[in-house]
Design a protein around this ligand. Structure first.
Ligand code: HEC
Length: 147
């Protein structure tokens, strides 16, 4: 009895984790809520935007921020201050959507942070991708294990 009920719980947990994963990876156009009213509020985020954002994160951001957004990518070693660890609950709480989106497009100096956080001017005319990147960063924060 004990074994079978804990198996059920495990299965449910796995299913829940998997749906969350699908939501992050495939999140449709409706999943673009931007509650804190960032620059991207009202922006429609398409599935293509989310795919592009994920691609950009892996190829451009992860070198510093790490594939899992912990601020420990290979290039982080040489940096001071370190790239932001998105899992930090304190940082997630203190930082608005607008600030995240601005830092992505205009770089660290635009939000009073390190110039090592480079601007991404090519994303200025891709607001859907910027909001999708911001959502990705928020998801890392929800993944837990931050302080
Ligand atoms: C060359 C290394 C580097 C790359 C590449 C990089 N970042 Fe950063 N990023 C940093 C550093 C360093 C900080 C911390 C700045 C500070 O705390 O002063 C930072 C901070 C941030 C912040 C926090 C801003 C805030 O207001 O606290 C966000 C959001 C961010 N980066 C997103 C991104 C995204 C998205 C990409 C890819 C498009 C990216 N970064 C690429 C180095 C980098």
């Amino acid at each position: 009895m004990r074994t079978s009920s804990s198996t059920r719980i495990t299965t449910a947990a796995v299913a829940a984790a998997f749906s969350l994963f699908l939501l992050i990876v495939c999140g449709g156009p409706q999943a673009s809520a931007s509650p804190a009213g960032g620059a991207g509020s009202g922006v429609t985020v398409t599935a293509a935007d989310r795919t592009e954002a994920l691609q950009i994160f892996k190829t451009r951001c992860a070198v510093c921020h790490g594939q899992e957004g912990r601020g420990n990518g290979p290039a982080s070693v040489a940096l001071n201050p370190k790239p932001q660890d998105y899992h930090s609950k304190a940082w997630q709480k203190a930082t608005s959507d607008a600030t995240i989106e601005k830092a992505i497009v205009e770089g660290g100096t635009a939000v009073g942070k390190s110039a090592a956080m480079a601007p991404n001017p090519d994303l200025k005319d891709k607001p859907g991708v910027v909001v999708a990147l911001k959502d990705l960063i928020r998801q890392f924060g929800k993944a837990g294990s931050g302080e």
